[in-house]
Design a protein. Structure first.
Length: 480
């Protein structure tokens, strides 16, 4: 028996059980022989979890010994359980994260006295009887939100805790006493706390946790702008996104997954391109890795837009927006088919191209904005002794004023030209010089990828010449 260890050092006892240095039979017998000791519910909880993790039918007898309720054990073993967390604090602000096992049962079961009435309110909300096993003693009703969510969904992340009293219709009551203490407790444990500040009712939360995807606006500003500009731009973007896509989960998504809805840097200096690209990609990763669909707008250099597109490739759904005439326009909607920017066509409806000169490299010169880059590119290639053909790709009709609409076809035509050139001639290195709206550069980066050696160039306003912002073959390594 290990009753002495249990009486003298509960943490050591639990650790030995977790490491299988105390068998489950010995743990159960020791627990039952010690009639009264501190943190009894904590020890019970840990033993039950360990038994359930073994998933052996031979362990059923041990659960029956502990709970003394055959029907409850049957339902716990058969139905599985959800584990939920909630902070408990005293008036001095001291506290911890409490846990509870929640499972579907044929009758109400609670391992602690005094909570049955509140559990029955929760059962009306979730429309089933529940078994609840707490690991701690506490007072108050703020545990109710956690238990309700455990009864509604199994999709709760492990880093989420709840606090709040719940009404019989699922409304979360606006009792936020001691909330700052509870937030501090959660922060110490690297957990996110959901309360009445974040959501109105439990069914909104259920929908959030069970959603297959989330639409998330994100604004990148790669130049020095004041806070008012950034905030106003983001709100305009968010308003535009909301015209077509649901945004009711954006605030909770931002809180739980630590994503930045706006990323702002100063003007990018020559030695900062890689770092800024990596930071921007982290923002997108935090969205995409949590089933988010980024709705992107960029203010800044065109080279960064193309490079960011290269890092993403055509793997994840997204939407890109273009700012024109004081508002945002949805011009690359890749929520239905992200690979359509890679579609190869020989029917050029929107673009045309000409090839100038000879050379071992290929320089793609995109002329879609008001600035005609061709003279600057010729001068740059000559001054830097770059032997290159120049492929001028331009919009047929509206350079500098392309009508907002579906620009995926424009991108796919540009991509098709690069592939046509590739099949007709050799390109030892490729160079991109872009005068185009940011969505076109971004989409081309997605479609083209990093399969060629070469560079993406940015026109330097101070010198009037180009600088190599990125080496294409290294972009994905730099941006991840």
């Amino acid at each position: 028996m290990y009753t002495n260890i249990l009486k003298q050092n509960i943490e050591d006892f639990v650790l030995l059980v977790k490491k299988d240095l105390i068998s489950l039979n010995e743990a159960v017998d020791s627990y039952l022989k010690c009639e009264d000791f501190p943190q009894k519910s904590f020890v019970l909880y840990e033993i039950i979890k360990k038994i359930l993790e073994t998933k052996k039918t031979s362990s059923i007898e041990l659960l029956i010994k502990l709970l003394n309720d055959d029907l409850t054990v049957l339902n716990l073993y058969r139905n599985g359980y959800n584990e939920v967390r909630f902070p408990i604090v005293n008036d001095s602000g001291n506290g911890k994260i409490a846990r509870a096992i929640v499972f579907k049962n044929e009758k109400t079961y609670v391992n602690l006295e005094g909570f049955t009435d509140k559990i029955k309110i929760i059962e009306k909300i979730v429309q089933k009887n529940l078994g609840v096993i707490f690991d701690s003693h506490f007072t108050g009703n703020s545990f109710m939100l956690a238990i309700t969510m455990g009864g509604l969904t199994s999709k709760i992340p492990k880093n989420v805790a709840f606090t709040g009293e719940v009404d019989s219709d699922g409304s979360i009551l606006k009792n936020i006493r001691n909330l700052h203490f509870k937030e501090s407790v959660c922060e110490e444990e690297n957990m996110k706390l959901i309360s009445a500040l974040d959501v109105n009712n439990v069914f909104e939360l259920k929908d959030f946790f069970e959603a297959k995807e989330y639409h998330v606006p994100v604004l990148f500003v790669f130049q020095k702008r004041d806070e008012e500009f950034v905030d106003n731009s983001y709100e305009k973007l968010k308003e535009k996104v909301g015209e077509k896509f649901p945004l009711n989960f954006v605030d909770i998504f931002e809180k739980l997954y630590d994503f930045k809805k706006t990323y702002v840097s100063d003007e990018i200096k020559n030695n900062e391109w890689k770092k800024v690209l990596k930071d921007a990609r982290k923002v997108l990763n935090s969205i995409i890795s949590n089933n988010g669909i980024p709705h992107i707008a960029i203010v800044g250099p065109v080279a960064m837009a193309m490079a960011l597109g290269v890092t993403l490739g055509t793997h994840n759904k997204l939407v890109f927006y273009h700012h024109q005439d004081g508002e945002y326009h949805r011009v690359l909607d890749l929520t239905d088919n992200v690979r359509k920017v890679k579609s190869i066509t020989e029917d050029y409806r929107f673009v045309k191209y000409t090839v100038e000169g000879e050379g071992k490299d290929c320089s793609y010169v995109l002329y879609f904005a008001s600035h005609n880059p061709i003279q600057d590119v010729r001068k740059f290639l000559l001054n830097n002794n770059i032997s290159s053909k120049k492929i001028l790709i331009e919009h047929k009709d509206n350079k500098g004023n392309i009508k907002p609409g579906d620009w995926t076809k424009i991108v796919s035509e540009i991509m098709s030209i690069t592939q046509n050139i590739r099949t007709c001639t050799s390109c030892e290195n490729v160079h991109f010089f872009i005068s185009a709206p940011l969505p076109i550069a971004f989409g081309l980066g997605m479609a083209y990828g990093d399969f060629s050696k070469g560079g993406i160039y940015q026109l330097d306003k101070e010198t009037g010449s180009y600088i190599k912002a990125f080496e294409i073959e290294n972009i994905r390594g730099d941006g991840i």
